[in-house]
Design a protein around this ligand. Structure first.
Ligand SMILES: N[C@@H](CCC(=O)N[C@@H](CS)C(=O)NCC(=O)O)C(=O)O
Length: 280
């Protein structure tokens, strides 16, 4: 029984890879105005998550940006990666682009939008440092917690992906985090780093409504995106998730504020929790 499911799982993984490789060429040749509408961002991202709109902090970040900047967009949900081999990615008026931050800069330039207008040069520099902290470090800590240290629990409570798929994600995560460097730390050290990064966010936020005051700015998209994964999409036993819940009330209130402001349809944008129905 066990072996049968491994064979079926392997065939499914290989089948998906071959299918996606064939499909990629077709998708990047799509024509604006014919295959998709003009002046509308086509946001390619992973399928919705169980407790937040995506299990990718970058997808939550970019979609929050499109909402904050009031840019018309349409979602395409699939486990399909873009020109840089990652998700999210976009098509916009004939241009195909990957990387959430580069996409945000590109759209801001094209549409003459500046969500950082109210910030001084010094504040912009601080915002950039926070964006890098969450996108380039917190992201990897979350991956380790979810797919390596607590993989069994993730499978039971967060994802219905076949166990072979989850094992493969864990294997890739180990390799990537080793290369990045964070994967060389012990689980206890990663827990500690994650807690310290959350504390830094909470301390900087203080009593402000958003990272830089009463109005949200671009960095709020990245902070909200990556912290949403700690709050909703790592198993409940992860120490940093409990720490966020119990020790950082202002950061929690901020997360709720971002959610209410930009995601009034939050529930409809999730799969409404994890259910084992389909896997019984
Ligand atoms: N720097 C990229 C990172 C995107 C990224 O790492 N996406 C992950 C999902 S959260 C991905 O596509 N992983 C697939 C892979 O590495 O094969 C961005 O800002 O968009």
């Amino acid at each position: 029984m066990e072996w049968t499911s491994y064979i079926i799982g392997t065939a499914a993984v290989l089948g998906t890879v071959v299918y996606l490789r064939k499909k990629k060429g077709k998708d990047t040749n799509r024509e604006c105005g014919k295959d998709y509408p003009k002046d509308t961002v086509i946001l390619h991202q992973f399928p919705r998550g169980p407790f937040a709109p995506s299990m990718s902090g970058f997808c939550v970040k970019l979609e929050t940006f499109l909402r904050m900047a009031k840019i018309p967009y349409q979602n395409v949900h699939a486990y399909k990666t873009g020109p840089k081999g990652k998700s999210p990615w976009i098509e916009y008026n004939g241009v195909v682009l990957g990387d959430s931050q580069l996409i945000m800069s590109y759209l801001s330039e094209q549409l003459e939008i500046n969500l950082n207008m109210s910030l001084s040069k010094e504040q912009r520099a601080t915002a950039r440092a926070f964006q890098k902290m969450v996108d380039e470090y917190m992201y990897w800590s979350v991956l380790l917690e979810r797919w390596v240290y607590h993989r069994g629990e993730t499978s039971k409570t967060l994802t219905k992906l076949p166990s072979l798929f989850v094992w493969e994600i864990g294997r890739r995560t180990k390799n990537m985090t080793h290369a990045q460097g964070i994967g060389r730390h012990s689980p206890e050290e990663v827990d500690r780093i994650l807690e310290d990064d959350l504390t830094a966010l909470a301390d900087f936020l203080g009593e402000k409504k958003f990272m830089f005051g009463d109005e949200p700015t671009e960095v709020d998209c990245a902070v909200f995106g990556q912290v949403s994964q700690v709050k909703y999409h790592v198993p409940e036993t992860v120490k940093a998730r409990k720490y966020l819940e119990e020790a950082l009330p202002n950061l929690n209130a901020y997360m709720d504020r971002m959610k209410e402001t930009f995601w009034p349809d939050w529930e409809e944008c999730t799969t409404k929790g994890f259910t084992t129905e389909a896997t019984k």
